[in-house]
Design a protein around this ligand. Structure first.
Ligand code: ADP
Length: 552
């Protein structure tokens, strides 16, 4: 801006300067010319009077200064010249001013030198005797004057340059200062030029619009990030060049990385061959599904290609934790296989014994033993089917009626049912504690107490004891079943709650166990919102503790 102001100033100053200079030069030149002309005419008139009176003698007495006198006869011959020998001079009859003087009594003309830097003015007057007296003078032309003035002109121009430079600096500073003072973030504040008001108003309006659009964008972005940050599913956005554009915390946990990885290559956080193949398949087909196991959990990854132009396209990876469904399906498959197997064994035994009896291959005295085996195996089958039904009922989580139940009374009732079994095995079964009322479903409490006490009797030594205790805390009822039996080796303890898991298959079979008792107990405890823990030492005994909330 300062530059522009400076050049404008310079142009104005120079134009004004040159124009004034030309005008002044012209006026002065004309004025001096007319002054010179009148003086010369006076001189000419004086000389004419002198020549008329004194002839050539008069002329020879004159010593003209700055001008030249020439006396020309009527035939054009030069009779006298003040600066040259008249005899050497050519006939002047053809000269313009001479001709004019002969014709009209007065003539004048001007002729330029060959360099155009000088001009000779001629004034001629016809005398009474028919001769002509001419006065001439050399004078500089306007061009010569101009050339003479060039040095001073340069000085004046440099002065003008300096002046315009200073002026433009000061003026531009003054003009620019209010413009520089405009705060474009607050264009309406400040004291700028009135002429800028429409522009500043427009800027302010645009700024308000941009601000509201930016706030809306920020709001939408925050909303988006809040949603993806709180999603249980993992979400990763990749660019077409496989750079990580966004990754939410769930995906960060899956890939064991942090948000710092944004902007890095995806292969720096996941370099498995499965993922590589899945991404390649996604490039080829547009989408791909992949299953992965991480930290004991099963995940499903849906990879999709985002269709956009080559620059903004990319990939979306959605990660679902499908462990519950996956393991439920797996355990259902295992359960079906186990049930079939468990049913097959007693059925084969029953079929075998029945066939032998049918074909009369059993001796008379052995018949009761075969019949007993058939009955025992059939009883096993029945209890297996009953347990399976109980488990599937619990699996379905069908709504059971919850009601206040006094736990200690229920324990006493259940132990009474098991008294004869305990007696048969020579195990002392005792109960202790106090009445504790909880909100529960009686069938579930029956499964819990019965199965725990049954196990404590079954896996006990002869002369062993089983102690069932009921106590309470402020919030929970505590049921403890302690025995002095064979115990469970440490390695088996975490698995005894699994379906069909038995520490010693033959012993369990002998005692009519199905391997489902403890898994039914665990299921029932969980249904009632409680917890179950087991402590056991081989050959010393086992203590199972169940905590059940008083209010469900
Ligand atoms: P089962 O019908 O075979 O008794 P459970 O699910 O009730 O099946 O128990 C699983 C296994 O845990 C049993 O086979 C047994 O080996 C072991 N077990 C359970 N309770 C006891 C206990 N009180 N003492 C020793 N072993 C036990």
């Amino acid at each position: 801006m300062t530059k522009r102001i400076f050049s404008s100033f310079l142009i104005v100053v120079l134009t004004v300067l040159l124009a004034s200079f030309t005008i002044i030069l012209g006026v002065l030149y004309n004025h001096s010319a007319s002054l010179q002309r009148s003086q010369l005419l006076i001189e000419l008139d004086l000389a004419a009077s002198g020549v008329t009176a004194g002839g050539e003698h008069y002329l020879s007495t004159l010593s003209p200064d700055g001008y030249r006198l020439t006396w020309i006869a009527a035939d054009g011959t030069v009779q006298f010249d003040s600066s040259q020998d008249a005899d050497d001079m050519e006939n002047h009859a053809e000269r313009e001013e001479i001709q004019e003087a002969f014709a009209t009594g007065y003539g004048e003309s001007a002729r330029f030198s060959s360099t155009l830097t000088e001009q000779t003015l001629y004034f001629a007057r016809k005398l009474t005797d028919g001769t002509v007296l001419r006065i001439s003078v050399d004078r500089d032309t306007a061009l010569t004057l101009l050339l003479e003035m060039v040095p001073s002109l340069i000085v004046i121009l440099l002065g003008a340059l300096l002046l315009s430079g200073m002026l433009s600096y000061l003026v531009s500073r003054k003009i620019v200062a209010p413009l520089n003072a405009i705060d474009l973030d607050k264009p309406l504040e400040g004291d700028a030029y009135d002429e800028l008001a429409p522009l500043l108003n427009h800027i302010a309006k645009q700024q308000r619009k941009i601000l509201s659009q930016r706030q809306e964008l920020d709001r939408q972005k925050d909303e988006f990030f809040t949603v993806i940050a709180n999603m249980n599913e993992g979400l990763v956005l990749l660019s077409a060049q496989m750079k990580i554009l966004s990754i939410n915390p769930a995906a960060g946990t899956f890939f064991s990385t942090d948000p710092e990885c944004v902007g890095r290559d995806f292969y720096t956080i996941e370099r498995s061959r499965d993922m590589d193949r899945a991404l390649q398949a996604t490039i080829d087909t547009g989408s791909h599904e992949l299953h992965m196991n991480r930290n004991g959990r099963e995940y499903q990854l849906n990879i999709s290609r985002i269709h956009a132009d080559a620059e903004s396209g990319g990939f979306v990876i959605l990660i679902f934790d499908i462990s519950d469904k996956y393991y439920a399906e797996q355990s259902r498959r295992e359960f079906t296989a186990n049930v079939s197997h468990e049913l097959k064994t007693p059925l084969q035994s029953i079929m075998g014994s029945a066939e032998l009896l049918e074909n009369g291959l059993v001796k008379g005295e052995d018949v009761p033993q075969f019949v007993r085996r058939i009955r025992t195996e059939a009883a096993r089958l029945l209890s297996l089917i009953e347990d399976t039904i109980h488990l599937s009922q619990l699996d379905e989580q069908s709504e059971l009626t919850l009601e206040p139940i006094e736990l200690y009374a229920l324990v006493c009732k259940e132990t009474e049912l098991l008294a004869s079994a305990a007696q048969t095995r020579n195990v002392t079964l005792t109960t202790s504690g106090k009445p504790v009322t909880i909100t529960a479903a009686e069938p579930l409490l029956h499964e819990i107490v019965y199965n725990l006490c049954d196990n404590a009797i079954k896996y006990n030594h002869s002369d062993g004891t089983v102690t069932v205790t009921v106590s309470e805390t402020d919030t929970h009822a505590i049921l403890t079943v302690a025995d002095t039996g064979i115990g469970i080796p440490q390695a088996h303890q975490p698995r005894v709650f699994e379906r069909f898991y038995r520490v010693d298959r033959s012993r369990s079979k002998e005692t009519g166990g199905t391997g489902l008792g403890l898994s039914i107990v665990k299921h029932a405890v969980q249904y009632l919102g409680g917890t179950i823990t087991l402590e056991s030492k081989p050959d010393q005994g086992t203590v199972v503790t169940v905590l059940l909330p008083k209010q469900h």
